[in-house]
Design a protein around this ligand. Structure first.
Ligand SMILES: [Zn+2]
Length: 244
């Protein structure tokens, strides 16, 4: 009927509008929520429309992430960065490649802190490794994992079963770093040993007081920045469908 058609037309319009609004809010929150500073203390995976926020696989089943590096780094810095990248190359199908003319790429810069966007945002995206506090193997891996689309381990959807957040010691302006995210955990178990997990006193307002306490066993170690864990590597391989 004519009225039926009008109704369908209106519903479709409303749906398109809602989709648009959701995307705007989503992109907006990406910008603010994800720009996380781990300096000086130092995802699970993102759900993603059309896999649009992940890096693309090439015909060789490798996922190329083009990069450029600021000239402010020393040759020692560069070798630390490249060595951190080599873990991805050796254990996953991710390949950080010097940029030629690719549209989407990461720009490694000596900015104020250690941070990255979450996933591929399109075009140039800055990953910051401050020379004074971020050019370390595990920290570089941590930020590169964000760029691949991984949240902090302690914000994954099921984290309340594994850690307790002590909100009384979390500064208000840092609370977003501790908020639960709607993550795709890919059937991997919670990983206290993840390079994406914060340490116990991260951002604490009171020296010696935990912002994050592992449960039920508070003595479990968290927050290592030595190297990616086996589960960190497994999650990359799952998310990107690597054949390794
Ligand atoms: Zn982080």
């Amino acid at each position: 009927s004519y009225q039926g058609k009008i109704l369908v037309y209106i519903l479709v319009k409303i749906l398109v509008y809602i989709t648009f609004i959701v995307r705007v809010i989503y992109n907006f929150s990406l910008f603010f929520i994800i720009r996380n500073l781990v300096f000086p203390k130092t995802k699970n995976a993102l759900y993603c429309f059309n896999n649009n926020c992940f890096w693309k696989k090439n015909s060789n089943n490798l996922v190329e992430v083009p990069y450029i590096v600021s000239s402010e780094y020393s040759s020692t810095d560069i070798s630390v960065i490249k060595n951190a990248m080599s873990t991805f190359h050796n254990k996953t199908c991710i390949r950080f490649v010097p940029r030629l003319n690719q549209t989407d790429y990461i720009s490694i810069e000596n900015k104020d802190g250690c941070y990255s966007y979450l996933g591929r945002i399109g075009g140039k995206q800055v990953v910051s490794f401050n020379r004074q506090g971020c050019v370390y193997h595990g920290i570089i891996q941590h930020e590169l994992n964000h760029a691949l689309g991984f949240y902090h381990e302690h914000t994954r959807s099921d984290r309340d079963k594994y850690v307790k957040i002590n909100w009384e010691y979390v500064p208000t302006d840092k609370a977003y770093n501790f908020q639960i995210q709607n993550t795709n955990n890919q059937n991997t178990t919670y990983d206290y040993g993840s390079v994406m997990h914060y340490g116990k006193t991260a951002f604490t307002t009171q020296a010696g007081k935990n912002t994050i306490t592992p449960i039920p066993d508070a003595t479990v170690a968290i927050g290592q920045r030595q190297d990616m864990s086996n589960l960190d590597i497994l999650r990359i391989n799952k998310l990107y469908g690597c054949v390794v």
